[in-house]
Design a protein around this ligand. Structure first.
Ligand SMILES: Cc1ncc(COP(=O)(O)O)c(C=O)c1O
Length: 380
């Protein structure tokens, strides 16, 4: 054994409940039937740890996985995770050779990228499968619907480029008002027959919100992200099945320092909090350097022994304080603290933290950084 003994476990962990991941996939699959699902595992699987999530998905038989960039795909390929990687973001022409040589399937929405991929495929004596992205109202990337015929015509002259699908993405599928979503479906639907005539036989646009609320958008394939992680796409989803999602991630840490503090003492940087009574204050080994947003300072709560304890003072890079006065005499160093998850009868959700920060649950979990060790949990 090397000097110093075995490598210590991190004190702050994200527990990843793979059984919940399986449950959520089954729930979604139940909605879309036999259609293939291409789960989104970009941004470190929405912060859940991409290696663990991707291996689990492949083990369950999911063969196409969506990442944002070729760099994410290469990491997974080099880790030996054998899947087809669909690159959702617009790629840069200078990445063409890398995309082709790794067998990735990029979204394409510019002629420059199309030509660069065709050239790379020619140079490497191979072919490349692409997914043509059409903008049906999102206003981010994609060719306009009226450009589709010309684009497909150009593709047909590039023997090394195979258009595997026509795809789009919703701007507002998670909102109660479905006017824009229905318009997008209609625009997409109009393209389907002419694209079919050009030999395209796969069409997809549904994200998690659409899987719950817009069955008309299922087409041939769906691309769920947030819901596979057991998180609701928004509070405006009307399908009651959204309540059956089970969060995959719990975020836990432990107390590393405890002190009694008299009333009137300022705590942490900037003294943004002063004790109003003699208080028992615990220090936790977690901060914004782990992805605990500093904007939550003096706003959030954490669970200790199933009791909600207020976070006090500024959240710093590596350490954070909570007021555990309510538990005086009952707790000691090493006591478990829940940042996201359940303990006793209480639960703190990513939604709760998101609401306090004025953001969405996606950002809360995606922000959890590599320094937080991911620990796999296989049973409840
Ligand atoms: C193109 C595309 N498809 C699918 C998804 C998955 O979306 P969601 O996580 O809302 O299910 C995303 C995520 O942002 C995306 O950008």
């Amino acid at each position: 054994m090397p000097a110093g003994g075995a490598r210590p476990m991190s004190l702050t962990k994200a527990l990843i409940h793979l059984d919940h991941l399986t449950h959520n996939l089954e729930l979604l699959q139940g909605l879309v039937g036999e259609r293939p699902m291409w789960p989104a595992i970009k941004a470190n699987a929405y912060g859940h740890g991409v290696d663990v999530v991707a291996r689990h998905l492949v083990g369950l038989g999911y063969q196409t996985l969506c990442v944002a960039h070729v760099t994410e795909a290469i990491e997974l390929i080099e880790a030996g995770i054998d899947a087809t990687y669909l690159l959702l973001s617009a790629s840069a022409p200078e990445h063409s050779e890398s995309i082709v040589s790794h067998g990735c399937e990029p979204v394409v929405c510019t002629h420059e990228m199309l030509e660069a991929l065709a050239t790379a495929a020619q140079r490497l004596s191979t072919s490349v499968a692409i997914h043509l992205k059409v903008d049906t109202g999102m206003g981010r990337i994609g060719i306009q619907p009226d450009e589709v015929p010309a684009f497909l015509h150009r593709c047909s002259a590039l023997p090394r480029v195979q258009v595997r699908s026509l795809m789009s993405h919703f701007c507002c599928a998670d909102e109660t008002d479905k006017t824009l979503s229905n318009q997008a479906i209609e625009r997409f639907q109009q393209l389907v027959s002419e694209a079919r005539a050009s030999g395209i036989n796969s069409f997809h646009m549904a994200n998690s919100a659409a899987i719950f609320d817009l069955p008309a958008s299922y087409f041939d394939v769906v691309r769920p992200g947030i819901a596979i992680y057991g998180l609701r796409p928004s509070w405006e989803i009307s399908n009651p099945l959204v309540e059956e999602l089970k969060p995959v991630l719990e975020w836990r840490t432990q107390i590393t320092f405890l002190k009694e503090v008299p009333a009137g003492i300022g705590l942490s940087y900037g003294h943004t909090f002063h004790t109003e009574r003699p208080s028992l204050i615990a220090t936790l080994p977690v901060g914004y350097g782990d992805g605990l947003h500093r904007g939550l300072s003096n706003k959030c709560e954490m669970l200790v022994r199933g009791v909600r304890c207020p976070q006090v003072g500024r959240i710093t890079m590596d350490q954070t304080l909570i007021d555990v006065t309510a538990l005086r005499g009952q707790i000691g160093l090493g006591e478990e603290v829940v940042i996201i998850g359940g303990q006793g009868d209480e639960v703190i959700t990513a939604d709760e933290l998101a609401d306090k920060l004025g953001t969405i649950n996606y950002e809360i979990v995606t922000a959890i950084l590599e320094r937080v060790q991911r620990e796999i949990v296989t049973g409840s």
